[in-house]
Design a protein around this ligand. Sequence first.
Ligand SMILES: [Zn+2]
Ligand SMILES: [Zn+2]
Length: 332
Amino acid sequence: MRSPGVLDVDEVDDPVLPKGGVLLKVQACAVCGTDIKMLEAGHRDLTYPRIPGHEVTAEVLDTDSAMVRKGDMTQVWPGESCGSCVHCRSGNDHLCPKVRIMGFNTDGGMAEMMAVGDPSRLVPIGNADPMMLTLAEPLACCINAQEKLRVGDGDSVLILGGGPMGCLNAFLAKRRGADSVMLSEPVLERLRDVPKGLFDRLSRPKGDELAEMVKCGTEGRGADVIIPCTPNVRLDHSIFELMAPGGRLCAFSGPRRGDSPLPIDVRDMHYRELTVVGSYGNGSRHGREAVKVLREGSDLSWLFTGKYGLEDVRQAFGHASGRTGQKAVVTF
Ligand SMILES: [Zn+2]
Ligand SMILES: [Zn+2]
């Protein structure tokens, strides 16, 4: 990625083995909605030129650390944090003021090789499918959000946007005991490979259709939890109106520039005890948890609707930005 809108495939020098670190041979790297946003409009944490990719699994090619062995298969937590500040020590290393993110501030996984200086960022995946395990990073983002939202038994959850993040959030919410998961998505065809039962109700975000679905799906109470998984939704009062008393809402998908200063009805928040939380990325503990969940072997292969080689990385980005299928992945 050379500048906004410019993505090329090029030869670069092989990375060198860092002192105390590892050299990796990338196995798979998936395209994230954030990668698309970075290409289309830049990103707060992006510096150019940059090899993108933060949803990575890899094989250890060489190591200068006793923590890993040559040939180990791993997932890579995308953050490089200081390890000693109060956030790092309290399990929120993604909030470290010094954190640098692979694919944003440092080169990422859309390359044959990568160097990682701190081997504690590697999570072993054993003999699990490296492509499937690229889902650990996006799933870890969902774990971070749903931990903050306290998603659990009996909750009715409304997801806005039926892309990969909407599907992974639905999968996780069900796992955490949610009673029902409702989805609003304008392009229902993109759900053709999604297993029946992942979403209990579907609607388009048109007219009263969404409000009607939430009303029917919750006996008029409203949704206990709302997770917007698309930047195409403004978190204004129309979203508050869909929430049950005691409802929780997450600023999960990065809002567009200009969409973030919004008037919030504080009276409504007060009287109905509504909660709004933010979540961005994931901490290393969320990453380890996500790898554990995926290694249990739930079949999420239907999420990969586009598989590409590195030479076709532009098509992979095109697949993801078309928002008609689900996940695009580059395999090596
Ligand atoms: Zn991602
Ligand atoms: Zn720190």
